[in-house]
Design a protein. Structure first.
Length: 147
C-alpha cells in the first residue's frame, strides 16, 4: 500500500480518486458543483523541504467537485494565484487533526479552527453529510506526516 506525504500533490490526487470510488460520497455530493480550495498554513520547514518547496509556509489544494465526483486537483504554492468559490483555511496541525480523525470537520469549521475565507456557510451546511464523508475518506489514506 502506497504512503502519501501530506500535503503533497500525490496525496491530493489520492483523495480525489477515493472520493470518486465512494458511492456514499457520490450520493451525498449530488447538487454540489463548486470547486473548494483547501489552504494549509504554517507548514513545518521539514514538510516544505520534503515537498521541494523550501521557504514556503503555505500551500493550497483545489478540488474540482461536481455532483458527487472529484474531477481533478490543482495545487498552488503561490496563494495569490489560488481562488475558488469556497476557500477553507487551517494550519497544517489542524488539517492533520482532521485527517487523523482527532478533529471533527464540522465542529472545527463552526469553532473557527478551520476558517471559511470565502463562500457561504449556509450553502456549505446543506452539504454537511458530504463534508463529513470527505473528511472520513481522508482518514483512510495511508498518510505520512513529517512533523
Amino acid at each position: 500500500m502506497s504512503e502519501f506525504i501530506y500535503p503533497s500533490k500525490e496525496w491530493a490526487n489520492e483523495w480525489c480518486r477515493r472520493l470518486n470510488e465512494s458511492k456514499e460520497y457520490n450520493d451525498a455530493g449530488k447538487g454540489w458543483v463548486s470547486p473548494i480550495l483547501f489552504v494549509v498554513t504554517d507548514l513545518p520547514p521539514q514538510v516544505s523541504e520534503s515537498l521541494g518547496l523550501k521557504g514556503t509556509s503555505s500551500l493550497a489544494m483545489k478540488l474540482y467537485l461536481n455532483n458527487g465526483q472529484c474531477q481533478g486537483v490543482e495545487f498552488f504554492t503561490d496563494l495569490s494565484k489560488a481562488d475558488a468559490p469556497y476557500i477553507l483555511e487551517a494550519t497544517y496541525e489542524n488539517w492533520k487533526g482532521v485527517i487523523t480523525g482527532k478533529l471533527q470537520v464540522v465542529s472545527a469549521l463552526l469553532s473557527g479552527t478551520i476558517k471559511l475565507k470565502k463562500g457561504s456557510l449556509f450553502d456549505l451546511a446543506r452539504y454537511t453529510t458530504a463534508s463529513v464523508i470527505m473528511a472520513k475518506i481522508s482518514t483512510e489514506i495511508n498518510t505520512k506526516f513529517l512533523s
